[in-house]
Design a protein around this ligand. Structure first.
Ligand code: C5P
Length: 228
């Protein structure tokens, strides 16, 4: 299991300060839409200069197949290590993305976004005419058949996704409160024990790390727990 730290702070400087504090730790950093729109490719370069962090660029690409594939090709040229696209864009779009990326000698891992956690059952049903759990498994099977590497999902879906695809189909799970910290606005949270039990490959942790007065110490504690 790998730790992925969400850099959701308000300014580039604050994000870079956290990255400096976490220098030389074996972890991934998650760069979201806000930071990427604000700070662009230079931000990714700056992070890579600080340390050999692996970067997950979380842009949740969703469009027609050709436009998605064009966008993903451009993202792959940035040299990031993991990206994500919406599974609801469909098989053809996901396959087109993978066909293009597979031409790169080294491509980023590609994860599928299934049901956004902001949906409740009713809102989700109004759009997809399915229950969330059923749709997530359906999205997982589609994504696996389309050649993607894994899914963004909740800890509670991770095991089921692997059982319905393959054990090495990656799961990246946000909503982690490593040692039972405050939930903030997350609804379905899990701790490290739960994440391990459910075979999460990547846990995403934001506020419990960057809001703490000693982010490095929290990361070290998490890494110790993961590797121990
Ligand atoms: O601060 P916290 O640990 O709750 O941050 C979780 C991160 O994971 C945020 O960047 C959030 O946008 C992201 N995320 C999520 N739930 C999803 C997908 C992404 O919390 N389903």
């Amino acid at each position: 299991m790998k730790l992925c730290v969400a850099l959701d702070l308000a300014t580039k400087e604050e994000c870079l300060n956290i990255a400096k504090d976490l220098k030389n730790l074996d972890l991934w950093l998650k760069v979201g839409l806000r930071a990427y729109l604000r700070d662009g490719f230079r931000f990714i370069e700056d992070l890579k200069t600080i340390s050999e962090f692996k970067i997950f660029l979380d842009l949740k690409i969703h469009d027609i197949p050709n436009t998605m594939a064009d966008a993903c090709e451009e993202i792959a040229k940035l040299g990031v290590d993991m990206i994500n696209i919406h599974a609801s864009a469909g098989n053809i779009a996901m396959q087109e993305v993978m066909n293009r990326l597979n031409k790169f000698s080294k491509r980023p891992l590609v994860l599928a976004v299934s049901a956004l956690t902001s949906f409740d059952e009713e809102n989700f049903f109004n759009i997809y005419k399915q229950k969330i759990n059923e749709a997530v498994i359906n999205f997982a099977k589609m994504s696996n058949h389309s050649g993607l590497d894994g899914m963004v999902c909740s800890v509670f879906e991770s095991k089921n996704i692997k059982e319905n695809t393959r054990q090495d189909f990656l799961t990246l799970t946000p909503g982690i409160r490593p040692f039972g910290e405050c939930n903030d606005d997350q609804k379905r949270v899990a701790d490290l024990i739960m994440a391990k039990k459910n075979k999460s490959d990547f846990i995403v942790v934001g506020r419990p790390i960057y809001k703490d007065k000693n982010p490095r110490m929290i990361c070290e504690k998490i890494l110790e727990n993961i590797n121990g």
